[in-house]
Design a protein around this ligand. Structure first.
Ligand code: PLP
Length: 403
């Protein structure tokens, strides 16, 4: 008798007296056998105007380019070294949050990762077991779901409140108390709705979550575009207290994720970091490999962190471009939703899939939100420079036959 399993079907149990079926290859854990991997249409994008993944659209600081080019070829053969990088991250966070004040943020509060994607993966790997619950919102960043599923977690995703996609604060607070989730994941501002939640409200949730031993993860990937980080108040409180106690002492269950992908323009090099109580960061870091962040990313991260002025100027340009595009969307009566982040949602009159294809033919990539709860039919358009948004707008007006 042949094997009773196909690539798409489970192994069937043998009838009494039959030999157990032997799978054609070793099967993965049950959670992995049923997993749909996170996949994004990331091929063939070079040379096009990339408004589909919220990347930096102009590239990193020239100082980053110079630093990476200066890496001698023989260094490619050496495993990466991380000394000094957590310290550089601390300096940049302190400069952003509490300039001039000493705080007790230390390198032990920082975990280095191959992008926030790896940090997320590590959080789930370190903390979640089969049957544990993930509490989050919907729609939100797509990678949270496979991370939860691969650990066998149950997911409770609470919808944003229509019509403005407001954060479902009371519902999240009630669910936290009712189901004692292992993890609460908040994307602030949220991708793709842009929903902003005030840092004090997040800290309120984190304080409530201590009662249920819930780990609260705040994905602050796009916070540079809103300034809504939880870190400034934590660091300022630490500094004001004198003697500089651990700024995370009141929130031992809070982990903040940041990346240099979207603002500093290092998406291709992959570098992100986690900030939290040293005990928490230690656990999340335990499940990674010893050299997950490569040498090019280390060099680029040092150079990018040292050139905050470049990132600040890019963020300022994106915010100008956002205001420019919003003015035109309003004037043309186009249905849209814009809140935080370097992206906004637009509902075309024609089918979104057709508009997406026609924009691509014009050399412009945007992301269809087809199949996403609450925003099916919308396009998510990333924001770049004003000139790039003018290129987008000219093509969009033509395709949608706007006057
Ligand atoms: C909300 C959110 N978190 C995390 C990531 C992944 O970031 P990174 O490139 O640092 O892995 C993305 C990328 O799109 C994102 O939108």
């Amino acid at each position: 008798m042949g094997p009773k399993r196909s690539d798409t079907g489970p192994v069937t149990s043998p009838t009494p007296g039959e030999q157990p079926a032997i799978p054609p290859f070793p099967l993965a854990r049950p959670e992995v056998e049923t997993l749909t991997a996170y996949s994004a249409p990331l091929e063939g994008r070079r040379g096009l105007l990339r408004l589909d993944f919220n990347e930096n659209t102009v590239g990193p600081s020239p100082k980053v380019v110079e630093a990476v080019r200066a890496i001698p070829a023989d260094h490619y053969a050496i495993y990466p070294e991380y000394a000094g990088l957590p310290e550089a991250v601390v300096r940049s966070l302190v400069a952003e949050a509490a300039p001039g004040n000493g705080t007790a943020l230390t390198p032990a509060h920082i975990g280095l990762f191959n992008g926030v994607d790896e940090a997320l993966h590590a959080v789930f790997h370190a903390f979640a077991a089969p049957g544990d619950r993930l509490l989050t919102t919907s729609p939100t960043f797509g990678y949270y779901t496979p991370c939860a599923r691969m650990q066998g977690m149950a997911i409770e995703a609470i919808p944003y409140r229509l019509p403005d996609f407001a954060f479902p604060f009371e519902e999240i607070r009630a669910a936290l108390a009712a189901s004692a989730p292992r993890l609460l994941l908040i994307c602030n501002p949220n991708n793709p709705t842009g929903t902003r939640l005030a840092p004090e409200r997040i800290l309120e949730l984190a304080a409530a979550a201590t009662a249920t031993a819930t780990l609260v993860v705040v994905d602050e990937l796009y916070e540079a575009f809103t300034g809504d980080s939880v870190l400034p108040s934590l660091l300022a409180a630490g500094a004001a207290a004198g003697g500089a106690p651990d700024p995370f002492a009141p929130f031992p269950n809070l982990l903040v994720l940041r990346s240099l992908a979207k603002t500093a323009g290092l998406a291709g090099l992959r570098f992100g970091f986690a900030v939290g109580a040293p005990a928490l960061v230690d656990r999340v870091s335990r499940v990674g490999g010893p050299y997950d962040v490569n040498s090019f990313a280390v060099t680029a991260a040092h150079a990018a962190l040292a050139d905050q002025a470049y990132t600040d100027a890019y963020v300022a340009e994106v915010l100008r471009a956002r205001a420019w595009l919003l003015e035109h969307l309003v004037a043309a009566g186009v249905r849209h939703h814009a809140a935080g982040g370097n992206y906004l949602l637009i509902w075309p009159v024609r089918p979104a899939a057709d508009v997406e294809v026609e924009l691509r033919a014009a050399g412009i990539l945007v992301r269809s939100m087809a199949g996403k709860p609450l925003i099916d039919g919308a396009l998510r358009v990333s924001l770049g420079s004003t000139e790039q948004m003018a290129t987008f707008w000219a093509a969009y007006r033509r395709i949608e036959a706007l006057g």
